[in-house]
Design a protein around this ligand. Structure first.
Ligand SMILES: Nc1ncnc2c1ncn2[C@@H]1O[C@H](COP(=O)(O)OP(=O)(O)OP(=O)(O)O)[C@@H](O)[C@H]1O
Ligand SMILES: [Mg+2]
Length: 482
């Protein structure tokens, strides 16, 4: 039944995307046509059937969003119809019309057969109209969710996360399971495996998605600053606190906080953090009153916390508080099947960023990607593809767009063709050259490769366009074209 509906939906979507389809089932002809024309007037597409049997037949080609059915009918009654649809696992919401005396049956149908609601005969048109609207919204939401789910699983996507390998599917499933809850999640994985991306996906799939997502990197700041970043401070709380400031928990009120690189948080702060997590309350440094928090906590780390606990650098009680639901992210080398889809997704993203028109990655390049170990994981892949996109500008990424040293050290296959990079890619600088000469040679070679696109050349070289322009002026190389 699923398949039938999916197919029908696909076929009908072009023409009838927004029209809600209603099937009216009633054995009394007058009643049936009167109902049908009234519902049509309200803007629905309507089909009719004289009993349950005919309804099933109609449904094979008419993909109803809502069914309005009578109870007592010859051949197959309304109850049997709903039972059959339920068994098929794909019943659209049904509004049951009941005659005097069959109220109990109708109530049971709502309970046992999932009927949407019932209406006593004679049916009040306003009540029916309202119920139809509700039932249709309900069904369309379900259909939308189903279509989304199907798209996600077909493309191996979760938000911005790409991956269809079994390992990534497992990660997606964990994210989908935990997202709707309030549970603390500890995301672990090597650098560049997508921990922050996973945290954002959890937030985006949670009921808090409308609230803020605030990430605090515990490794990137001095200990003295971190306390105030976490909890906030009042004006004059310490020297330099010239203004009152909200901490990350307050900023994330009704949303999600990601405590990134949590393993780097100083032990003294860990105790304070634990207290905030347990009380769901925070007090700014130098503040008097406490602020009630409604914040979901996610934490990420690339160093195993178990080792830090053994060495006394991480509090065990905090670990248990954060590790309610662990999500380990696999390193890229363990899911190389994801390389083509990752590369394709990165191309799209990087084309937008650089205004380039690169369409794909050549087979040879993908082979070299496969042979490589990717110690820097997806972030490293992104960097490699970014450089290649800038150099290629359009068309296909070829081995010549990879840096000459690519695959040298991290390669798993000793015979990886790293040294096979074309000569025009390599710069040979004889000992005895000055820095200036070397720099000029590199700039000129890069320009050649970007077909004299200075914006791209500056990006590859990691210098500003202005610097590049000044250097070219110096070399008297303005002949390089626009
Ligand atoms: N599954 C994925 N699909 C698409 N892009 C990804 C995926 N995983 C990571 N990325 C990209 O790789 C880069 C690194 O990801 P992210 O910052 O989430 O990693 P991280 O694990 O937090 O790294 P670090 O430990 O260094 O902070 C980002 O540009 C991100 O968009
Ligand atoms: Mg990170």
């Amino acid at each position: 039944m699923r398949v039938r509906r999916a197919v029908t939906i696909g076929r009908k979507m072009e023409t009838e995307r927004d029209v809600t389809r209603v099937l009216v089932v009633d054995d009394e002809e007058l009643q049936r046509t009167a109902l049908a024309s009234m519902i049509k007037l309200w803007g629905y597409a309507v089909e009719t059937a004289a009993d349950g049997q005919e309804a099933l037949e109609k449904l094979a080609s008419f993909d109803a969003h809502v069914i309005v059915t009578d109870l007592n009918m010859p051949r197959m009654n309304g109850q049997e119809l709903l039972k059959r649809l339920k068994e098929d696992g794909d019943a659209p919401p049904a509004i049951v019309q009941t005659a005097y005396g069959s109220l109990e049956t109708a109530v049971n149908m709502v309970h046992d057969l999932g009927a949407f609601w019932f209406l006593e005969k004679p049916v009040q048109s306003q009540a029916l109209r309202l119920l139809l609207e509700r039932a249709a919204t309900h069904e369309k939401l379900a259909e939308h969710a189903e279509r989304l789910e199907r798209q996600l699983s077909n493309q191996g996507l979760l938000g911005e996360m790409v991956g269809s390998s079994p390992k990534m599917r497992e990660v997606f499933s964990l994210i989908q399971q935990v997202a709707p809850s309030r549970a603390a999640v500890l995301i672990t994985g090597e650098s560049g495996t997508g921990k922050e991306l996973a945290a954002r996906a959890i937030h985006a799939l949670s009921p808090r998605r409308g609230g803020p997502f605030v990430a605090l990197n515990c490794a990137a700041m001095p200990d003295s600053l971190m306390e105030s970043e976490l909890f906030g401070h009042e004006k004059g709380a310490f020297t330099g606190a010239v203004d009152r400031r909200a901490g990350c928990f307050e900023l994330a009120q009704n949303g999600t906080v990601l405590l990134d690189e949590i393993g780097d948080m100083p032990v003294a702060l860990q105790a304070k953090l634990l207290r905030v997590l347990e009380d769901s309350r925070v007090r700014r440094l130098g503040g008097k009153s406490e602020i009630q928090l409604d914040v979901r906590i996610l934490a990420a780390t690339n160093s195993p916390l178990e080792a830090a606990i053994r060495e006394g650098r991480f509090r065990e009680d905090l670990f248990y508080r954060l590790n309610v639901f662990p999500i380990p992210l696999p390193p890229l080398r363990d899911r190389k099947d994801d390389l083509p889809s990752l590369a394709a997704a990165l191309l799209g993203d990087l084309n937008r960023k650089h205004g380039t028109k690169v369409t794909d990655v050549s087979k040879e390049v993908l082979e070299r990607f496969r042979a490589y170990n990717w110690p820097g994981n997806v972030r490293e892949l992104r960097n490699v593809v970014e450089r290649a996109v800038i150099l290629a500008g359009e068309g296909t990424i070829l081995p010549s767009h990879l840096s000459a040293s690519f695959g040298g050290s991290g390669s798993t296959a000793p015979s990886a063709p790293a040294a096979a990079a074309s000569n025009s890619e390599e710069l040979r600088i004889p000992v005895g050259s000055t820095i200036e000469q070397a720099e000029r040679a590199l700039i000129e070679l890069t320009l050649e490769h970007t077909r004299h696109n200075k914006t791209r050349a500056a990006e590859v070289l990691g210098i500003s366009q202005k610097t590049l322009f000044n250097k070219l002026k110096e070399y008297g190389a303005q002949t390089a074209g626009a």
